[in-house]
Design a protein around this ligand. Structure first.
Ligand code: FE2
Length: 121
């Protein structure tokens, strides 16, 4: 989030700041130009966006899905961008989500190896 927020800020100049304050007044009043977690449709992030079953395999599967959703979101943003200085950090962030997914996959393999054990935490 900080990388994306910094990138957007670097792409703006002072008159554009003033346009943001005017065009997005409610958001500007609440958050200034700070990064605020919400969907592209304006729905704020809250605890309902996270899931936990308390079951390691179910929770890791949920985490893996979240990493793929993040990857897809970065790909949509890359599709919309035409500035190479925007595309490069988005590609970096996309690749990071791929690595996260792979690391969670390694944990999933480990948990599946242990699932028949009496305790595996
Ligand atoms: Fe991630």
């Amino acid at each position: 989030m900080e990388i994306v927020g910094s990138m957007v800020r670097q792409l703006l100049n002072k008159p554009e700041y003033e346009d943001i304050a005017k065009d997005y007044a409610p958001n500007y009043v609440d958050h200034g130009l700070g990064v605020f977690a919400q969907s592209a449709g304006g729905q704020s992030f809250d605890a309902m966006a996270t899931q936990s079953m308390g079951d390691p395999i179910a929770d890791i599967a949920e985490d893996m899905a979240a990493e793929q959703k993040a990857r897809a979101t970065y790909e949509y943003l890359i599709d919309m961008a035409d500035d190479p200085d925007v595309i490069a950090p988005l590609r970096f962030l996309r690749e990071r989500e791929v690595v996260h997914f792979q690391r969670f996959g390694e944990i999933m393999d480990y948990l599946n190896d242990l699932k028949d054990a009496k305790k595996y935490h």
